[in-house]
Unconditional design. Structure first.
Ligand code: IDP
Ligand code: MG
Length: 169
Protein backbone atom coordinates (compact mmCIF):
# COMPACT_ATOMS: atom_id res chain seq x y z
CA UNK A 1 0.00 0.00 0.00
CA UNK A 2 2.76 2.45 1.07
CA UNK A 3 4.89 1.44 -1.94
CA UNK A 4 1.97 2.09 -4.26
CA UNK A 5 1.46 5.50 -2.69
CA UNK A 6 5.17 6.38 -2.97
CA UNK A 7 5.35 5.34 -6.61
CA UNK A 8 2.22 7.36 -7.30
CA UNK A 9 3.74 10.42 -5.59
CA UNK A 10 7.00 10.15 -7.57
CA UNK A 11 4.92 9.91 -10.75
CA UNK A 12 3.18 13.23 -9.99
CA UNK A 13 5.73 15.92 -10.92
CA UNK A 14 5.65 19.37 -9.23
CA UNK A 15 4.39 20.80 -12.52
CA UNK A 16 1.50 18.35 -12.55
CA UNK A 17 0.66 19.19 -8.94
CA UNK A 18 0.62 22.91 -9.83
CA UNK A 19 -1.71 22.17 -12.73
CA UNK A 20 -4.12 20.68 -10.20
CA UNK A 21 -4.74 23.89 -8.24
CA UNK A 22 -8.45 24.38 -7.64
CA UNK A 23 -10.72 27.40 -7.23
CA UNK A 24 -14.28 27.77 -6.02
CA UNK A 25 -16.32 29.72 -8.55
CA UNK A 26 -20.02 30.43 -8.06
CA UNK A 27 -22.56 32.03 -10.37
CA UNK A 28 -24.75 34.23 -8.15
CA UNK A 29 -28.57 34.46 -8.39
CA UNK A 30 -28.43 37.45 -10.79
CA UNK A 31 -26.12 35.52 -13.14
CA UNK A 32 -28.62 32.63 -13.17
CA UNK A 33 -31.71 34.85 -13.59
CA UNK A 34 -30.10 36.81 -16.40
CA UNK A 35 -29.34 33.65 -18.36
CA UNK A 36 -25.56 33.99 -18.11
CA UNK A 37 -24.71 30.50 -16.82
CA UNK A 38 -23.58 29.25 -20.22
CA UNK A 39 -21.55 32.38 -21.02
CA UNK A 40 -19.75 32.26 -17.68
CA UNK A 41 -18.95 28.55 -17.88
CA UNK A 42 -17.71 29.12 -21.43
CA UNK A 43 -15.10 31.67 -20.24
CA UNK A 44 -13.52 29.07 -17.92
CA UNK A 45 -13.82 26.24 -20.46
CA UNK A 46 -12.33 28.18 -23.35
CA UNK A 47 -9.41 29.37 -21.18
CA UNK A 48 -8.49 25.70 -20.75
CA UNK A 49 -9.51 25.13 -17.13
CA UNK A 50 -11.06 21.81 -16.16
CA UNK A 51 -14.44 21.48 -14.48
CA UNK A 52 -14.24 19.25 -11.42
CA UNK A 53 -17.62 19.84 -9.76
CA UNK A 54 -20.86 21.72 -10.40
CA UNK A 55 -24.31 21.90 -8.87
CA UNK A 56 -27.46 24.00 -9.00
CA UNK A 57 -29.09 24.87 -5.69
CA UNK A 58 -30.75 27.37 -3.43
CA UNK A 59 -28.16 28.34 -0.81
CA UNK A 60 -29.39 28.64 2.77
CA UNK A 61 -28.70 31.54 5.12
CA UNK A 62 -26.42 29.53 7.40
CA UNK A 63 -24.20 28.33 4.54
CA UNK A 64 -23.98 31.84 3.07
CA UNK A 65 -23.09 33.38 6.43
CA UNK A 66 -20.24 30.88 6.75
CA UNK A 67 -19.11 31.50 3.17
CA UNK A 68 -18.99 35.27 3.72
CA UNK A 69 -17.97 35.15 7.41
CA UNK A 70 -14.95 37.44 6.74
CA UNK A 71 -17.39 40.21 5.76
CA UNK A 72 -19.81 39.79 8.69
CA UNK A 73 -18.95 43.17 10.21
CA UNK A 74 -19.44 45.10 6.95
CA UNK A 75 -22.54 47.28 6.58
CA UNK A 76 -23.60 45.51 3.37
CA UNK A 77 -23.45 42.03 4.96
CA UNK A 78 -27.24 41.63 5.57
CA UNK A 79 -28.09 42.77 2.04
CA UNK A 80 -25.38 40.48 0.62
CA UNK A 81 -26.85 37.45 2.42
CA UNK A 82 -30.33 38.45 1.20
CA UNK A 83 -29.14 38.93 -2.40
CA UNK A 84 -27.51 35.51 -2.43
CA UNK A 85 -30.87 33.96 -1.45
CA UNK A 86 -32.88 35.68 -4.19
CA UNK A 87 -32.63 32.59 -6.40
CA UNK A 88 -30.54 29.54 -7.17
CA UNK A 89 -26.76 29.66 -7.50
CA UNK A 90 -24.29 27.52 -9.46
CA UNK A 91 -21.35 26.52 -7.25
CA UNK A 92 -18.42 25.03 -9.18
CA UNK A 93 -14.86 23.82 -8.76
CA UNK A 94 -12.43 24.58 -11.58
CA UNK A 95 -8.92 23.16 -11.82
CA UNK A 96 -5.72 24.28 -13.55
CA UNK A 97 -2.40 26.10 -13.30
CA UNK A 98 -2.85 29.28 -11.19
CA UNK A 99 -6.62 28.93 -11.50
CA UNK A 100 -7.22 30.99 -8.34
CA UNK A 101 -5.29 34.05 -9.57
CA UNK A 102 -6.26 33.69 -13.22
CA UNK A 103 -9.87 33.03 -12.20
CA UNK A 104 -9.93 36.41 -10.47
CA UNK A 105 -8.56 37.99 -13.66
CA UNK A 106 -11.36 36.36 -15.67
CA UNK A 107 -13.90 37.73 -13.13
CA UNK A 108 -12.65 41.33 -13.10
CA UNK A 109 -12.78 43.67 -10.09
CA UNK A 110 -15.31 43.49 -7.24
CA UNK A 111 -16.88 46.70 -8.57
CA UNK A 112 -17.97 46.05 -12.18
CA UNK A 113 -17.34 49.75 -12.93
CA UNK A 114 -13.62 49.11 -12.36
CA UNK A 115 -13.63 45.89 -14.40
CA UNK A 116 -12.15 45.93 -17.89
CA UNK A 117 -14.20 44.88 -20.91
CA UNK A 118 -13.34 41.25 -21.65
CA UNK A 119 -13.76 40.26 -18.02
CA UNK A 120 -16.99 38.63 -16.81
CA UNK A 121 -17.95 41.52 -14.51
CA UNK A 122 -16.69 44.05 -17.07
CA UNK A 123 -18.93 42.58 -19.78
CA UNK A 124 -22.08 41.51 -17.97
CA UNK A 125 -22.91 43.69 -14.95
CA UNK A 126 -22.95 47.21 -13.53
CA UNK A 127 -23.11 47.32 -9.71
CA UNK A 128 -21.01 45.75 -6.91
CA UNK A 129 -24.19 44.51 -5.21
CA UNK A 130 -25.19 42.63 -8.41
CA UNK A 131 -21.82 41.43 -9.67
CA UNK A 132 -23.05 37.98 -10.83
CA UNK A 133 -20.09 35.78 -9.84
CA UNK A 134 -17.90 34.75 -6.93
CA UNK A 135 -14.29 33.54 -7.18
CA UNK A 136 -11.87 32.48 -4.43
CA UNK A 137 -9.21 35.09 -3.64
CA UNK A 138 -6.42 32.71 -2.45
CA UNK A 139 -5.56 29.02 -2.59
CA UNK A 140 -6.25 28.81 1.14
CA UNK A 141 -9.73 30.31 0.86
CA UNK A 142 -10.40 28.17 -2.23
CA UNK A 143 -9.72 25.01 -0.23
CA UNK A 144 -11.97 26.21 2.61
CA UNK A 145 -14.78 27.21 0.21
CA UNK A 146 -14.60 23.94 -1.72
CA UNK A 147 -14.86 22.00 1.55
CA UNK A 148 -17.80 24.18 2.63
CA UNK A 149 -19.85 23.77 -0.56
CA UNK A 150 -18.90 20.28 -1.75
CA UNK A 151 -18.66 16.83 -0.30
CA UNK A 152 -15.31 15.25 -1.38
CA UNK A 153 -17.21 12.60 -3.36
CA UNK A 154 -18.82 15.33 -5.47
CA UNK A 155 -15.37 16.25 -6.88
CA UNK A 156 -14.99 14.22 -10.06
CA UNK A 157 -11.59 12.78 -11.01
CA UNK A 158 -11.11 12.71 -14.76
CA UNK A 159 -8.42 13.29 -17.36
CA UNK A 160 -9.23 15.98 -19.88
CA UNK A 161 -8.19 14.81 -23.36
CA UNK A 162 -7.07 18.33 -24.20
CA UNK A 163 -4.51 18.30 -21.33
CA UNK A 164 -1.39 17.95 -23.51
CA UNK A 165 -2.74 20.71 -25.79
CA UNK A 166 -3.17 23.11 -22.85
CA UNK A 167 0.03 22.25 -20.91
CA UNK A 168 3.57 21.47 -22.09
CA UNK A 169 4.10 18.84 -19.38
P1 IDP B 1 -15.14 39.69 -4.32
O1 IDP B 1 -16.46 39.01 -4.60
O2 IDP B 1 -14.62 40.41 -5.53
O3 IDP B 1 -14.12 38.75 -3.70
P2 IDP B 1 -15.48 40.83 -1.65
O4 IDP B 1 -14.85 42.08 -1.15
O5 IDP B 1 -14.98 39.52 -1.12
O6 IDP B 1 -15.42 40.85 -3.25
O7 IDP B 1 -17.04 40.95 -1.37
C1 IDP B 1 -17.88 39.84 -1.54
C2 IDP B 1 -19.15 40.28 -2.23
O8 IDP B 1 -19.84 41.18 -1.38
C3 IDP B 1 -18.96 41.06 -3.53
O9 IDP B 1 -18.73 40.23 -4.65
C4 IDP B 1 -20.28 41.79 -3.61
O10 IDP B 1 -21.32 40.92 -4.06
C5 IDP B 1 -20.53 42.13 -2.16
N1 IDP B 1 -20.02 43.47 -1.83
C6 IDP B 1 -18.74 43.83 -1.57
N2 IDP B 1 -18.64 45.14 -1.33
C7 IDP B 1 -19.90 45.63 -1.43
C8 IDP B 1 -20.46 46.95 -1.28
O11 IDP B 1 -19.77 47.93 -1.00
N3 IDP B 1 -21.81 47.04 -1.48
C9 IDP B 1 -22.60 45.98 -1.78
N4 IDP B 1 -22.11 44.74 -1.91
C10 IDP B 1 -20.78 44.57 -1.75
MG1 MG C 1 -14.07 37.83 -1.86
Amino acid sequence: MICTLLSLLSWISPEMAANRERSFIMIKPDGVQRGLVGDIIKRFEQKGFKLVAIKFMNAGEELLKKHYSDLSSRPFFPSLIQYMQMGPVVPMVWEGLNVVKTGRVLLGETNPADSKPGTIRGDFCIQTGRNIIHGSDSVDSANKEIALWFDPKELTEWKANQQSWVYED
